[in-house]
Structures are given as structure tokens and as C-alpha cells.
Design a protein around this ligand. Structure first.
Ligand code: PMV
Length: 312
């Protein structure tokens, strides 16, 4: 019986979420929280040992369809709460694609997995950029539509948008994630911003402004200029709030972290999910996040992307 395992990391967005959907720049860093899965041949479709038609798991069924696989056993394990803004569905898509391809003896390097994993994401959500999937697949840091040092890792085009994705080598910095505990679905939030932007020209201006803040921030990140990067992160949070994707819980955690941080903002789709703070005082930020009702996590970056095999 053939079987294979793979894992892929979650991520947080330093700058640029939502605007990246329209081809604006973004920077995301993979984190040391992973999604793992093991697949094996089976006489029926099983998810974590239970028969399942995957109707509630479109990312998974899209990956199976792309590989012409019907009956399979999938066992999953994740360090990433779903709907937390930490890219759990992209990590799932990347890990499952790599595991299934490895089991079938197909090539499963990052360039083989990225297209399939992004198609699964896009098919499930009907909207969205390849930023999350790229961060999960490549690991480390990625920049989208920023000035690349070398050749882009890959270029993806869809619905008139183009995303050139390149490797970003981020210097060592400490980021604390604060999870609100509120699950938020990415698709409806992205759709809400799209409608807003289509109806209001000033919402379109905000999207453009996020793009400019992100380009400046990508430069500050590479130069290790924490003060500048932090200010731009906080500015980005304000712009995202105007777009309507923050909320009282996120604002409370961002405000609370501000005192001990260079800057703080929501990360990912928003509406709940998580915020991040760039800080030299992680203990203080963790304490205040806890005091304000959130769950803090000090995350490490510079981690590998999707890879076949078992990982702890
Ligand atoms: O909340 P997450 O981890 O699914 O991140 C979503 C990021 C968005 O920019 C809001 C959407 C996208 O497809 O880029």
C-alpha cells in the first residue's frame, strides 16, 4: 500500500493583505507552525479515519481531483487554528498536494506544488491572491510585486492580475502574534473589500495607499529598520480598518500591543483572526495580549516551506 507524508508552514502578512488580491505588493513570512498530513491508498475516502465526501473541504477535494485520486485516506494534524489569519488553508493545500504527488511518484518540489495548491485555494474561495500559498510553499519570506533581488520564484496571472513572487531574506526580528479566538472566513472578507472597492473610488485609493506603504515597508524590512517598519505596519492597520476588515477585538489587541512595540496590525483576512506586533519586548506584548483577551504566540520565522516526509 502506497503512503506519503508532507508538511507546510503557516504565515503572517507583514504588509499588504487584501490589496495584494488586486496585484498590489505584499510581504509575508512563514512561521514555525505547520500543517501536516499523511495520505495512503484506501478502499474508500477517509478523513482522519472517518468516511467523508469532502463536501465541507473544497481545498482537499480540489487537490484530489487535480491528481485524479478518489479513494484515499487522509490524516491531518495542525498547529494552526483555522480562520486565524495564519494561512491554515494554504498550508493544508500545499501539504496535501505535496503528499499526494509524492505518494503517486510525481515531482513534488515547490515549483510543482505552487500551481496546484493555488488552484485549490482559488477554487475553494473563488477569489484571492497566491500570497498565502506562496509563503507556505516557499517558506522563509516572500515578496509579491516588490523589486526582486534576483529572478522571481514564479509568476502567476489570473483574472487580469499578475503576481511576481520573489524570495525575501528577512533579518532576525521578533514578532508576536495575538489570536483573538474569533474564527473568520477569508473568502467573505475578501469579497466584502472587493464590493466596497468597486462601489467607492476612495476605497480604491485606500488599496493603492496600502500598496505604497507596503513598498516602503519591504525596503525597511530589508534594511532592518524596525522603527520605520513598525510605523508602516501601524499605518497599514489604519488603512485596513477603513476598508472594514478590522474589528473591536483586533483593535483592542493592536492598541494594547502598541505601547511595547515598534508597530502592530491585523494579519491576514481580519474580521477576527490574529494581529502581529514587531517588538523587542515580547514578554510585555504577550502579557498585554493575554490581559486584553487574546492568545499570544511568539513565532519564529526563517522556516522551511513545503516538504515531503514526517516533521515534528
Ligand atoms: O486570513 P488568511 O490567512 O487566509 O490570509 C488572507 C490574505 C488576503 O490578502 C486577505 C487574501 C489573499 O488571497 O491574499
Amino acid at each position: 500500500m502506497r503512503s506519503a507524508s508532507a508538511s507546510a508552514p503557516g504565515k503572517f502578512v507583514v504588509l499588504g493583505e487584501h490589496a495584494v488580491v488586486y496585484g498590489k505588493p505584499a510581504v509575508a513570512l512563514a512561521i514555525d507552525r505547520r500543517f501536516r498530513c499523511t495520505v495512503s491508498e484506501s478502499s474508500r475516502l477517509l478523513l482522519n479515519g472517518v468516511p467523508d465526501d469532502l463536501s465541507l473541504h473544497p481545498h482537499m477535494s480540489n487537490i484530489l481531483k487535480a491528481n485524479g485520486v478518489g479513494k484515499i485516506s487522509i490524516v491531518t494534524e495542525s498547529d494552526l487554528p483555522s480562520g486565524s489569519g495564519l494561512g491554515s488553508s494554504a498550508a493544508l493545500s500545499a501539504a496535501l498536494s505535496c503528499a499526494v504527488r509524492t505518494m503517486l511518484g510525481k515531482p513534488a518540489d515547490e515549483k510543482d506544488v505552487i500551481g496546484e495548491a493555488y488552484d485549490a485555494e482559488f477554487g475553494a474561495q473563488g477569489i484571492g491572491s497566491p500570497m498565502d500559498t506562496s509563503a507556505s510553499v516557499h517558506g522563509g519570506g516572500i515578496g509579491v510585486n516588490i523589486t526582486c533581488d534576483g529572478e522571481p520564484l514564479w509568476t502567476i496571472e489570473r483574472n487580469g492580475n499578475r503576481w511576481d513572487v520573489c524570495d525575501v531574506h528577512a533579518p532576525e526580528m521578533t514578532f508576536v502574534v495575538g489570536y483573538t479566538g474569533i474564527k473568520a472566513l477569508t473568502g467573505p472578507l475578501v469579497e466584502r473589500v472587493r464590493r466596497y472597492k468597486d462601489r467607492n473610488s476612495f476605497a480604491k485609493d485606500i488599496v493603492d495607499e496600502i500598496g505604497s506603504v507596503t513598498l516602503e515597508g519591504a525596503d525597511a524590512l530589508r534594511r532592518n529598520d524596525r522603527v520605520k517598519l513598525g510605523k508602516l505596519m501601524t499605518a497599514d492597520h489604519k488603512l485596513l480598518s477603513i476598508l472594514g476588515v478590522s474589528g473591536p477585538e483586533l483593535n483592542r489587541l493592536v492598541d494594547a500591543a502598541a505601547e511595547y512595540s515598534y508597530g502592530a496590525k491585523l494579519t491576514g483576512a481580519g474580521g477576527g483572526g490574529s494581529m502581529i506586533a514587531l517588538t523587542d519586548r515580547p514578554e510585555k506584548v504577550c502579557e498585554t495580549i493575554r490581559l486584553h483577551g487574546g492568545t499570544p504566540m511568539v513565532v519564529n520565522t526563517g522556516v522551511p516551506g513545503v516538504k515531503a516526509g514526517k516533521t515534528s
